[in-house]
Design a protein around this ligand. Structure first.
Ligand SMILES: C[S@@+](CC[C@H](N)C(=O)[O-])C[C@H]1O[C@@H](n2cnc3c(N)ncnc32)[C@H](O)[C@@H]1O
Length: 204
């Protein structure tokens, strides 16, 4: 791993993901989590302050050790235990049907095989449990999609593997979940980066 990936990118991601419009989306979604929570792509732990009193524990999965260090500092402030699994979401060293809720925020864009990760989430969730998600992805307008496809030729290289043009609702529904709530719309900012999918899905 080069200097950019190990030293600059983690700080850049922590800074960009701390921005106010992003924090507002977290505040809508994350307080809904309950019980034993699995967070895929916990990153620098920016969701941790948003978890409410109904949370028993959070298990955070993320292969980035640099972001994990930042998350551990935020975990020191929580009233619930936070367990870290520094592994890839596509293969979870966790028991079947052992979580009450899963949270994924702006991570399905980056996981190399998001469908495999979602199938793993489905395996470890209890029947009827909620998957809470907010992601950016493919826009509905052909003009915006053209830009998303063009930018995506280099975007993953500078943004830690992030893709701009994944159709998140199709990926989630194609991986064994039924989407029960979805707010898919442009948020303030550059359109190729700000078509967000926020919602809740349950295992089929
Ligand atoms: C844009 S950041 C979002 C971080 C965090 N979810 C947030 O909301 O601030 C994308 C995250 O996906 C993580 N990631 C990349 N590949 C992954 C994988 N295979 N499994 C799980 N997480 C992964 C990255 O390390 C990074 O923390």
């Amino acid at each position: 791993m080069g200097f950019y990936e190990s030293r600059i990118l983690p700080r850049l991601l922590n800074c960009c993901m701390s921005m106010k419009p992003i924090a507002e989306e977290r505040a809508k979604l994350v307080p809904r989590a309950r019980g034993k929570v699995l967070e895929i792509g916990i990153g620098s732990g920016l969701n941790l302050p948003h978890y409410g009193p109904g949370v028993e524990s959070v298990t955070g999965v993320d292969p980035s050790l640099e972001l994990g260090e930042m998350a551990r500092k935020r975990a020191a402030e929580t009233v619930f235990p936070v367990y870290f699994k520094p592994v890839s979401g596509e293969s979870l060293p966790l028991e079947d049907a052992s979580f009450d809720c899963a949270v994924i925020t702006w991570t399905l864009c980056t996981i190399p095989d998001p469908s495999a990760a979602l199938r793993e989430v489905r395996r470890v969730l209890k029947p009827g449990a909620e998957l809470l998600f907010v992601e950016h992805g493919k826009a509905p307008d052909p003009g915006v999609v053209k830009w998303q496809d063009r930018l995506n030729r280099f975007w993953p290289k500078v943004a830690g593997g992030c893709n701009l043009n994944r159709k998140m609702d199709e990926i989630i529904q194609g991986s064994g979940f039924r989407i029960e709530e979805l707010d898919a719309s442009y948020r303030p900012g550059l359109r190729p980066m700000t078509y967000f999918y926020l919602g809740m899905a349950r295992p089929l």
